[in-house]
Design a protein around this ligand. Structure first.
Ligand code: 13P
Length: 239
């Protein structure tokens, strides 16, 4: 399992359903990994083994994993298959999986547990919708999501948490810096178990705001969607 403690920050590119072989070739030729940070590229599964370069701080992450270990589950990829392909990280419970693929906290919990068993670090995503934020339900929603999604085997060395407000994803909107820092502090204090977890922020992170977000005292890195598809912009974010 990757030793998370040796990195000052963690940056994850979530390409979602984007990219092709040509895109990948160009991307990896231009990518400039910073040696103090951990950089993880979550490409679509079919490209996971295409990661070029032997930089020790550059890792592959999957965007999802099956909750089943093996068997008659057409279309699925198991945690042990990811391990077999040298994958070190996997996003779990992204809001798009929760919204479009009916992923629930209990699936996220099982998937994360299976990943930890295979020495893959789950990146467990949580976040409130705009409606929930406006009703001042953020704390309650996040607390429920984290307590139900994080398996008992999780600890700060084998699991990452990503706070992604649903309303900030792909919209160009972000919470204020104070709000981000407060929510991250809140997450780390939901339970003593979470105190030392690394918590990443995601939602409209770009080169213009990544430094001020990542510099916040309770932010340990960023999860980047749209801006991670532009390698020059991503290079600035991870520099
Ligand atoms: P954007 O950076 O495009 O807002 O997406 C965030 C995200 O969903 C990363 O997982």
């Amino acid at each position: 399992m990757v030793n998370l403690t040796k990195f000052s920050s963690i940056f994850i590119a979530n390409w979602k359903l984007n990219g092709n072989s040509l895109f990948l070739k160009d991307y990896y030729e231009k990518l400039k990994v910073n040696s103090n940070n951990c950089t993880i590229i979550c490409s679509p599964s079919i490209y996971l083994k295409s990661l070029k370069g032997n930089n020790i701080n550059l890792f592959c992450g999957a965007q999802d994993v099956s909750s089943y270990k093996e068997g008659a589950y057409t279309g699925e990829l198991s945690a042990s298959m990811l391990k077999d392909s040298n994958i070190d990280f996997c996003l779990v419970g992204h809001s798009e999986r929760r919204q479009y693929f009916a992923e629930m906290n209990d699936n996220v919990n099982i998937k994360s547990s299976n990943l930890i068993e295979e020495n893959i670090i789950p990146v467990i995503c949580i976040g409130e919708t705009l409606e929930q934020k406006e009703k001042k339900l953020t704390e309650e929603i996040l607390s429920t999501q984290i307590k139900a999604s994080v398996p008992s085997s999780a600890d700060h060395q084998n699991t990452l948490i990503a706070y992604e407000p649903v309303w900030a994803i792909g919209t160009g909107l972000t919470p204020t810096l104070d709000e981000i820092n407060q929510v991250h502090e809140l997450i780390k204090n939901f339970d003593t178990k979470f105190r030392n977890f690394k918590v990443l922020y995601g939602g409209s992170v770009k080169s213009a705001n990544s430094k001020e977000i990542n510099d916040l005292s309770h932010v340990d890195g960023c999860l980047i969607g749209g801006a991670s598809l532009k390698v020059d912009e991503f290079n600035i974010i991870i520099s």
